[in-house]
Design a protein around this ligand. Structure first.
Ligand SMILES: [Zn+2]
Length: 271
């Protein structure tokens, strides 16, 4: 182990960030949108008795990393809210066995032909579509939303005067990025991940570049490839730009510390 460096475990696959959550929403739409629910199990005590059967699925929207599946019938317009966090998944396919142990299933929606099983999904809630802001109203601008303004978001981040990666992970400032894209953004900006946001030159430009990469990942069938990543989970491997070994550290304060990765040569600390 490097002096002063604690080992940071690398996950098998990155946890879902805004681009991956949008790919999930697209799959949900392919499976359910336009159909009427014949099955709607919400396996959370608070909503276990809510009957959504017969409601038409309008589609699933994403705000930040939150999934909003909108339903309607003659009487009601409701939204099923879910979040994937670290390990949640929506599994979609033809109606059949759920493909997961019963205790991991939080939601199970199905039309006459297709189903979507929410495995280990979090924040499972149902409420009026008109009141979705109770779940997403606190979020900062979504980096993948139409009309996202990187310059304005950079201003908002600079005002916060917080360490860069920590600020990018605070969904109240900007939403949709997680540890992967935040680390990539600090590399793009050429600054140490702990640089205070108001001292990062070119933050708006770096945001624009990373947003474009995220948009491409939404459209790519399998998302961003490991070989496209500059620093994320590349501890000890050579920087693709300068060959220096990538380093890892943690940012934020306990218990919300998150790993980040950087090239000490391309991303020097401020003098
Ligand atoms: Zn480098």
């Amino acid at each position: 182990m490097r002096p002063g460096g604690r080992r940071i475990a690398h996950l098998g696959r990155p946890m879902p960030e805004g681009d991956a959550v949008r790919r999930t929403a697209r799959r949900l739409d392919e499976a359910l949108a336009g159909g009427a629910l014949e099955r709607a199990d919400l396996r959370v005590p608070r909503f276990a008795t809510v009957d959504l059967r017969g409601m038409r699925v309008l589609g699933t929207q994403v705000v930040g990393k939150h999934l909003l599946t909108r339903l309607a019938d003659d009487r009601r317009a409701l939204t099923v809210h879910t979040h994937l966090r670290m390990d949640g998944q929506w599994r979609t396919g033809p109606v059949g066995p759920p493909g997961a142990p019963a205790h991991q299933i939080r939601v199970w929606l199905a039309t006459d032909a297709q189903q979507a099983v929410g495995v280990r999904v979090h924040m499972v809630e149902v409420g009026p579509t008109a009141a979705e802001s109770q779940w997403v109203g606190h979020l900062g601008p979504d980096v993948l939303a139409p009309g996202f303004d990187p310059g304005a978001a950079a201003g908002r981040l600079a005002e916060a005067q917080r360490p860069l990666v920590e600020a990018l992970l605070d969904q109240r400032l900007v939403s949709g990025m997680g540890t992967m894209w935040a680390a990539e953004l600090a590399h793009e900006a050429g600054v140490d991940p702990r640089t205070p946001t108001h001292r990062v030159a070119g933050l708006g430009e770096a945001l624009a570049v990373v947003c474009a990469r995220m948009h491409r990942a939404v459209d790519a069938h399998r998302g961003v490839g490991r070989r496209e990543l500059a620093v994320f989970e590349r501890t000890g491997q050579p920087c693709r730009r300068c060959g220096t070994a990538i380093r890892a550290t943690r940012v934020g304060t306990a218990p919300q510390q998150r790993p980040t990765y950087w090239c000490p040569r391309c991303q020097p600390p401020l003098a």
